[in-house]
Write a protein that binds this ligand. Sequence first.
Ligand SMILES: Nc1ncnc2c1ncn2[C@@H]1O[C@H](COP(=O)(O)OP(=O)(O)OP(=O)(O)O)[C@@H](O)[C@H]1O
Length: 568
Amino acid sequence: MKELTLVLKLTLLEKKDVLIAIFFGFLAGIAGVALMGSSGYLISKAALTSQMTTLVVMAAVLKLFGFASALSRYGERLYSHRATFTMLSHLRVSFFERLSPLAPRIFSKYRSGDLLSRIVGDVESLQNFLLRVFYPPVVLGIVFLSVVFFTSFFSLGIAIVIFIGMLLTVVVVPALFSSRKRRMDGQVRAQRGNLAIESTEFLYGFRDLKIHQQLNAKEQQLKSDAAQYNEGQRQEGLEENLAQSMNAFVALLVSFFVLGVGAYFVAAGELDGLYLAMLVMVSIAAFENVAPMAAFPTHFEESRKAAVRLEEIVAEPDLPQGSEPMPSGPLDIRLDKVSFQYPNENSLALDRISLHLLPGTKTAIVGPSGSGKSTLMQVLLSVFPLSQGQLSIGGIPVEALKQEEIWQQMNIVLQENHFFYGTIRSNLLVANPLATDEQMIDVLAKVQLDILPLSMTVEEKGQNLSGGQKQRLAIARAMLKGKSLWLMDEPVSSVDSLTGHAIYQQMFQQHKDDLFVIISHDLTGLEKMDQIIVMEKGCIVESGSYDELMEKKAYFYQLKEIENSVFT
Ligand SMILES: Nc1ncnc2c1ncn2[C@@H]1O[C@H](COP(=O)(O)OP(=O)(O)OP(=O)(O)O)[C@@H](O)[C@H]1O
């Protein structure tokens, strides 16, 4: 139950609706029982009396109970569903708020299909929490206790039979089916997750699967996963029907028992025969609503598992966040023996990196593939928590700063940049919502992209732009942001070298006082950089200006020699 605390708390935010739903649920249940009971009484009374007025009054009362039952059921449905959907919206908002800070790291742990299945499927499953787990037992319990109390005035024996029947149908039968269900439920949930994972991979990788002629094989796999999931759901449905039928059967047996015991008491002179039909009808009506209780363990287990699966995603400790404001003025970045290890990896991706990056300087980070350059960039962006060491910006440790404030101060261009469906204008406004058309045209010109009109449509993920155009649009976006810390990971790798160098020249000339950190595979043009950091296997193996490193004739010099030999 502990796992459902958050859902319960969010449900109780709509306390008023929940209480009204319980009240109407009780009213509908008790009116239904009263309707059946009074009809039983009316039948007996009609057989024994010829007094018309009594019969007319009884018939009117019957009608009243009928109306009351229907209206109360409507009220119950209205308020319980309103409370449920409001709770779901609270849950989605609270889940999203906790998920969004984890977004940069989340895919190292979960596949997107799995995330989708959890976010959509599990949140959806929790709609059953109020409707089938929380309030029906409360309503049923109150209705049953009222019925037991009422029948005890006529016959204690019958009241005890109904009470035992209640224990059987509300507790014993559901408990018998719950362990079978628990086993089955785990399988169906895994099958659903699997299907979601395979479907998203199929969609993401459609082009590559087609190129490599693997589409049919993957399609077959998907069909077999879907068939397994369908079969699992079918079995689950059968099991649920079996449990409900069993419960209805036990309820009917109890009503027969009430009839038998009642008849015995009438024969023994312990019960007035006038009330026998009424008590049997009361019992039938009270047990009428009990069949869905067989599904209670199913829904309880489903809600519990859904809550656990959702909590698993967001339970990951968030990065420590402080509240210190970002210092104003030029900012420096200092790394002091910073190490970083990816979760579930054995070796360090960054090993005791120490660096001091000053305002007004340009630093290039170079090194072979897999040496840790992008990881260093992610650490500078404070996306990952450090395994060891300290990172400070403007003299303040990053743990003391708010993550959003850190990003607020940075012009960031990553290897892969996202473009939204919209226009060039709307994609530029992401960086600076207040930018004017003139400013946007100006930055487009600086990255030599002014042939693209601001109103041009950008398709999803920028599919209608070339690789180089996307990179230049990302740089234009960073320029528009206009902050003093520039972090760029291979920003012009898909741009021809002439245009790439012209863009760098523009940036460096226009932003002389800013701090630039640029990851580059390309070793040409690094003469303009103030500092070059050479990385290998997560360590800094060399650093210095271009001339210093060339003079040293060590690692960087050798890389340069290899590059020259390849291109000459
Ligand atoms: N999300 C991740 N989870 C686990 N290990 C990772 C992850 N990302 C990178 N690594 C590992 O960390 C090491 C450094 O990778 P990184 O991407 O920083 O290298 P890089 O120098 O930027 O490479 P490239 O030049 O090819 O982009 C590599 O061994 C890589 O396998």
